[in-house]
Design a binder for this molecule. Structure first.
Ligand SMILES: N[C@@H](CCC(=O)N[C@@H](CS)C(=O)NCC(=O)O)C(=O)O
Length: 270
């Protein structure tokens, strides 16, 4: 496993995490921590491990991602960012993550992202915002392996996230928000039962990479704030979550549960 201690001068704002797919039995983040000039005073990077990358890209793509609010130099809890990282992982594209402290956005970030939002990716020398636009652009530029979800299936499960947020924010147990979420999850359960195991059948596709991170937030946030979990009466939803969450690409790009909890706190507190 490649390890490198952070030099004290490397802050979350200026640090680039060079994220490479490696063929070791590494824990979730097999990373080399470097600053933007790929060098930190005080230590040398170990380069003695083998890196396997099946891609034609020689230079890693630069991606701005949310930084953790609980743990220095870790990826934060943005589901849109994870969607983009999952797409990069599934397409075996190398990338450098630039951790952005969203509570204290640095100048360089605001210059390239006037809206101040992540994810943001640099493609053909241009910074592109928005996970919808980014994943579409990645599909066009790097079509192999294809991750396209057919248009008629692309909106499957798309109301789960908004109904989850409604229930999470709710302070009135009888206001119908739990029922609204259950009804979306039930429709999804039935769909996966007939068409699964993934939204487009046998293989994972773009719609799963968008939905997976949102279900991860649902599981952690509702478990923590409402002591609620997906009922056993929805076994296909449960199996779907289990299989997405256990993918290597997901484990590598997921947020820390404590960041997910902190991220939703303002919404829960109202
Ligand atoms: N529609 C955008 C949403 C991106 C978004 O809302 N990102 C959040 C973090 S999860 C953000 O950057 N918020 C800005 C802020 O918190 O100041 C996408 O799909 O990329």
């Amino acid at each position: 496993m490649a390890t490198a201690k952070m030099h004290p001068s490397a802050t979350a704002l200026s640090t680039t995490i060079k994220h490479l797919t490696c063929n070791h039995q590494c824990p979730p983040f097999c990373t080399l921590l470097t600053n933007s000039s790929s060098r930190l005073r005080g230590y040398r990077l170990r380069r003695s491990f083998t890196v396997s990358m099946s891609t034609s890209l020689s230079t890693p793509l630069e991606v701005c991602v949310k930084a953790s609010v609980t743990t220095p130099n870790k990826l934060g809890d943005c589901p849109f960012t994870q969607r983009v990282l999952l797409t990069l992982e599934e397409k075996h594209l190398p990338y450098d993550m630039k951790l952005v402290d969203l509570a204290n956005k640095p100048e360089w970030f605001l210059k390239v992202s006037p809206e101040g939002k992540v994810p943001l990716i640099k493609l053909d020398e241009k910074w592109i915002p928005d996970s919808d636009v980014i994943t579409q652009a990645l599909e066009e530029k790097f079509p192999s392996p294809p991750l396209v979800t057919p248009p008629e299936k692309a909106s499957v499960g798309s109301k789960i996230f908004s109904t989850f947020i409604g229930f999470l924010k709710s302070k009135d147990a009888g206001d119908g928000t739990e029922q609204a979420l259950l009804s979306e999850l039930t429709a999804f359960n039935d769909y996966i039962k007939d068409n699964g195991p993934f939204i487009n059948g046998k293989e994972v596709s773009a719609a799963d990479l968008a939905l997976g991170p949102k279900l991860y937030h649902l599981e952690i946030a509702l478990g923590h704030y409402k002591k609620w979990s997906v009922p056993d009466s929805l076994p296909y939803v449960k199996a779907y979550m289990k299989s997405i969450f256990s993918k290597d690409s997901f484990i590598k790009t997921r947020a820390l549960p404590e960041d997910v909890i902190e991220g939703w706190r303002p919404k829960v507190m109202g």
